[in-house]
Design a binder for this molecule. Sequence first.
Ligand SMILES: [Zn+2]
Length: 214
Amino acid sequence: MKITQPDAIDGSTALIVADVQYSFMAGGSLAVPGGDEVVPVINALAKRFANVILTQDWHPPGHGSFASSHSGSEPFDTIALDYGDQILWPDHCVQGSEGARLHRDLDISHAQLVLRKGYHKGVDSYSAFIEADGTTRTGLASYLRERGIASIYVCGLATDFCVAWTALDARKLGFAATVIEDACRAIDTQGSLASAWERMESAGVRRVRSTDLP
Ligand SMILES: [Zn+2]
């Protein structure tokens, strides 16, 4: 495991809090093991950052990432869609539903942007930057650049999907990226967690614990 010194937390740094929503909590339709445990860690962490962005998975009913939208498919099957392989999930984070709400115990009132993603019916979006088709942009990169932000820290749910894909796309788009491991929890299906850490390490994503922060 590679740990390198993270960037200083200042005005050119932002914390991205991925998908801390009820569908991913205990009792939710796509509960991430230990998902609730990230909330107090993230609350403490967020106080250190002037710039905080929350992401919110925000799917229309019948979204293409839902197993229920593909007859004969079960959750966690992988199918080929136009843009590549897609893991199918239980219905989750449907726009306006309780499952889509951000956790009420998140205490980050100074967050500046809530970025919704996954709202195109036929395309998933784990990443906060680029949808799963690899081309459709969410606008986040331009937002960060206009605000003079060059380095992002990522936490939230889930390590091996929305956190990892956000950090990987950040690197691809020229940002420094650091994942705060103890402020994340993983789904870990079909070896996804090990593979996500491998890809992040080779892309130069830094891996730290919240206690390592400067
Ligand atoms: Zn989703």
